[in-house]
Ligand binder design. Structure first.
Ligand code: SAH
Ligand code: DHB
Ligand code: MG
Length: 221
């Protein structure tokens, strides 16, 4: 068995035991496939990790950069209280439309605001509002350092910031890479490491989404 097949089988084994069957989340994945969206949403176990992190910190306001078809948004929105808010930013109108439909079908539409546009244009407009307790950064990787900086600015002491896809099967080690996503990932890590406003770590992951990793940062008081 290939490493990838083994990681996937282990993900499936635990999912069967720890994650309840979920028609709304399955429907979100199916709707994305039907609409021709790339299947790059977080894995079910990762979606549940985001959900548990939001619950653990009692998050009331969550920011997401990169909505796709709304899969991770549904996981996050479900962790919010009835008056909680998820603001999720998406460049592609088609992705946002699929997401709005799936979020509505999942019954969390009243907690979720999908904003369409370039995240770097939308983020400044969020300044001045209530701070976000949790931010999930999962859009184009080349702008990750800027997204992270905005997430810190839009946070409060104790807020969490999670960044997806910081390992990409180890390609981030290639200092000579000209791939914008690799350059962006390396720049993100250097910036976060030097940022006195946060305390951060990276955990590598293997599973149904291959070999990747999550950066988790806590905003310091
Ligand atoms: N968080 C989603 C997956 C997001 S995939 C999930 O796990 O379910 C990344 C998304 O970021 C894509 O939908 C892509 O269109 C969007 N994106 C890419 N560049 C962007 C930008 N500059 N601003 C906002 N969204 C962007
Ligand atoms: C890609 C983007 C993602 O956010 C992800 O989780 C996996 C892959 C991509 O652009 O290839
Ligand atoms: Mg991702």
């Amino acid at each position: 068995m290939s490493d990838e097949a083994l990681w996937s089988e282990i993900d499936t084994w635990f999912e069967k035991r720890l994650l309840a069957p979920d028609a709304a989340l399955d429907a979100a994945v199916a709707a994305g496939t039907a609409a021709g969206l790339p299947a790059i949403q977080v894995a079910p176990n990762q979606g549940k990790l985001l959900h548990l992190l939001a619950l653990a910190i009692g998050a009331r306001r969550v920011l997401e950069v990169g909505t796709l078809g709304g899969y991770s948004a549904i996981w996050l929105a479900r962790a919010l209280p009835p008056d909680g808010r998820l603001v999720t930013l998406e460049l592609e109108p088609k992705h946002a439309q699929v997401a709005r439909e799936c979020i509505a079908k999942a019954g969390v539409a009243q907690k979720v605001e999908v904003q369409v546009g370039r995240a770097l244009d939308l983020l400044p407009r969020l300044a001045g509002g209530e701070p976000f307790d949790l931010s999930f950064i999962d859009a184009d990787k080349e702008s990750n350092a800027e997204y992270f900086d905005w997430a810190v600015k839009l946070s409060r002491p104790g807020s969490l910031i999670v960044v997806d896809n910081v390992v990409r099967a180890g390609r981030m080690l290639d200092a000579a890479s000209t791939d914008a996503s690799i350059v962006g990932t390396r720049r993100l890590a250097e910036r976060v490491g030097a940022d006195r406003r946060v305390s951060a770590t990276v955990v590598q992951t293997v599973g149904s989404k291959g070999h990747d990793g999550l950066l988790v940062a806590r905003v310091i008081g």
